[in-house]
Design a protein around this ligand. Structure first.
Ligand code: WT7
Length: 645
């Protein structure tokens, strides 16, 4: 069956920064002489001290793995996101904030942003934060989250944003791992009218993270909070005392900018470290070209700043480009499932970037909630976080975009810092479900399980050769883990962990993770993390967790649980374990199915055969493979017989 192809309209080819011919020329230039290409494009950023041509690119994927970009340049990210716009767009709106409550919104100009960020930077200095210190940010989607991140970059502190949906334990682990002394949080968050006790979670976490000396608290809902004098400081109180000006700290291009924890196939989440110069060049360049951002456009990315999408495409990319970026505190179905489209009309949004899981959930509600809003301002749609199935793509295109807005399906990862495989709206003919072609400077290669490079149309594992400036530099505090995770599977290549198909036109179709990572509603969860949360419960002897296809979430979490002798399975215990995992990790890790497993399929050496467990979870019993080598083949029959709903 031939894939449906949606050609670039002539309007788009004309208005966009790049058409197909220009894409091909720029791509060619970016891969034949990357140093020359990035030497030119690095200039889009203001440098306090420019990089020398010989320092543009210094990369080795072998041995200890070294990745440096623009390494003798000096710059400041907050100055690039704020100060450099003040002379000509000081009064332009930088951030439109739309509250969870539809009656609450506000606009923050670049000049106001400058004042708030400087004040927060001075507040952090008062609290003892110095260049290189780690500051953990545990905030809801309020403007102060942007101020906090930018304030860190202003003084050279390294931020670690922890998603507000994570539990006290998850927060504590992240605080300890990067040795943070200061946390910025709020009294409470709001989600669909419900209060999220952030300060209380933080207090709980701090019992396990004694290194934290100061907590800066934003008053958001006015809800009651516990208070530890000497440690806890109200943001509005300190803000009233500190000056509204703070000189940006000159930073080396390879100085750390932020840490963001993400799940892998083994062990605890790892602290992905991004540095200053390459990251901001890449975030701003991809934001401009992928979304074809022009002055005056209103741009909305619905992610949370707790994820990399929020870092690169709510904050850093857009603000470096002098954009107007919308920050949304709420959820797609509150007060009702027309909310996204109402917000688009209210703020005249031109570019809208969301996740397939949201589209699938809204698609279920039918067309009426969409049609209630005009959406006439929309020009471009985007998708990120997981593969988008063609049905959802086509609905997004036809119903939301009235068949007139191209969709950019952007593939990337926390590790990549910015978008790597994506259509460019004026250049790329679209195929529903395909992330299409590589961005400038990005060289995907497909390999088989043995690491042989595949040519032409093929299916295999997706690797990248040749670095790009936004690439992560290390795992914070564990460079060996960085090398082992990404560069050892296929020596000399960065392995993404994703499987993909490349078609006859060279288009990439990402099929999903090939490692033990599951993607639930676009959020990455390591099966190992859920397993260790389960076995931390005293009633559980053993647990094995796999992903399975889920209509709305993309993948759901399927847990096989073996109870300790003397414990009995019951609906009550099932609920208890579900609640336990939510408490240990956070609601995003809620198991969808728990199946009681008297035994797990293991090899004679004791290794759990996840492939078999995946098949059972997928309801596919036809192809369980050879089970005769298992230590106890009968456990498989039992699991098949009692497969969960
Ligand atoms: C994993 C990375 C990058 C921002 C959000 C997720 C999957 C991401 C797509 C896409 C198919 C996608 C991959 C990737 N993924 N975007 N457009 N099509 N799959 O960041 O949490 O680091 O997860 O998300 O499996 O490896 P992340």
């Amino acid at each position: 069956m031939a894939d449906e192809v949606i050609a670039v309209s002539s309007d788009w080819a004309k208005r966009a920064y790049v058409d197909d011919a220009k894409y091909k020329a720029m791509y060619e230039a970016s891969t034949t002489d990357p140093a020359k290409f990035w030497e030119e494009h690095g200039k889009r950023i203001d440098w306090i001290k420019p990089y020398s041509p010989s320092a543009v690119r210094d990369v080795d994927y072998n041995g200890d793995v070294r990745i440096r970009w623009f390494h003798d340049g000096v710059l400041n990210v907050s100055a690039n996101c704020i100060d450099r716009h003040l002379s000509h767009r000081g009064d332009q709106t930088a951030i439109i904030w739309e509250g969870d409550d539809p009656s609450k919104s506000k606009k923050i100009s670049y000049r106001e942003l400058h004042g708030e960020v400087c004040r927060m930077a001075n507040a952090l200095k008062e609290l003892g934060v110095r260049k290189g210190d780690r500051v953990t940010i545990y905030l809801p989607m309020i403007p102060e989250a942007a101020y906090a991140m930018l304030a860190c970059t202003r003084i050279g502190a390294i931020h670690s944003v922890v998603f507000g949906g994570f539990s006290p334990d998850s927060l504590a682990n992240r605080l300890v791992d990067c040795d943070s002394n200061v946390v910025i949080t709020a009294d409470e968050g709001l989600r669909a009218g419900k209060h999220v006790p952030l300060k209380a979670n933080c207090d709980e976490a701090l019992k396990k993270a004694p290194g934290v000396k100061k907590v800066l608290v934003v008053k958001h809902t006015g809800g009651k909070v516990g208070w530890e004098a000497g440690r806890d400081v109200w943001w509005h109180e300190i803000a009233a005392k500190v000056p509204a000006d703070c000189a940006p700290e000159p930073m080396g291009a390879e100085d750390p900018l932020f840490i963001l924890y993400t799940s892998g196939s083994t062990g605890k989440p790892k602290g992905v470290l991004h540095t200053t110069g390459g990251y901001i060049v890449f975030a701003s360049m991809t934001h401009q070209y992928v979304f074809d951002y022009h002055d005056g456009d209103v741009y909305w990315c619905t992610a949370d700043v707790g994820w990399v999408t929020g870092h690169s495409y709510i904050l850093y990319g857009p603000l470096a480009n002098g954009a107007t970026t919308l920050m949304f505190e709420g959820v797609p179905n509150y007060p009702d499932s027309s909310r996204f489209w109402q917000v688009i009309d209210k703020h005249q949004v031109n570019i809208f970037y969301t996740a397939p899981t949201a589209i699938r959930a809204l698609m279920r509600e039918g067309e009426a909630p969409v049609k209630k809003a005009s959406r006439a301002s929309l020009r471009l749609l985007g998708s990120v976080g997981e593969p988008i199935n063609p049905e959802a793509w086509l609905w997004y295109h036809r119903v939301v975009g009235d068949s007139r807005c191209p969709i950019v399906d952007t593939w990337w990862q926390t590790e990549t810092g910015g978008i790597l495989i994506t259509p460019l709206p004026g250049a790329t003919a679209l195929k529903p479900g395909s992330a299409t072609r590589p961005f400038f400077g990005v060289q995907p290669v497909m390999v088989d399980a043995e690491g042989n490079e595949l040519q032409g149309a093929c299916t295999g594992n997706l690797c990248l050769v040749n670095s790009w400036p936004g690439q992560m530099r290390t795992v914070y505090g564990d460079h060996q883990r960085f090398i082992d995770t990404y560069f050892r599977t296929y020596p000399g290549k960065y392995f993404t962990g994703d499987g993909a198909r490349r078609d006859e036109d060279g288009y990439y179709w990402i099929t999903g993770r090939v490692d033990d990572v599951i993607n639930v509603s676009g959020h990455r969860i390591g099966t190992a993390e859920v397993e260790s949360a389960l076995v931390a419960n005293t009633k559980v002897a053993e647990a094995a967790v796999v992903g399975f296809p889920h209509d709305i979430k993309g993948q759901g979490i399927y847990a096989y649980v073996t109870l300790k002798a003397g414990e009995h399975s019951s609906e009550e215990l099932r609920k208890e374990l579900v609640a336990w995992v939510r408490k240990e990790i956070g609601p995003i890790a809620t198991p969808d199915v728990i199946q009681w497993a008297p035994g797990l399929p293991k090899t004679r050496s004791g290794k759990i055969m996840r492939r078999i467990l995946r098949k059972i979870a997928e309801n596919d019993f036809s192809n369980l493979g050879d089970t005769s080598t298992l230590a106890d083949p009968t456990v498989v029959d039992d699991l098949v017989k009692h497969r969960g709903k």
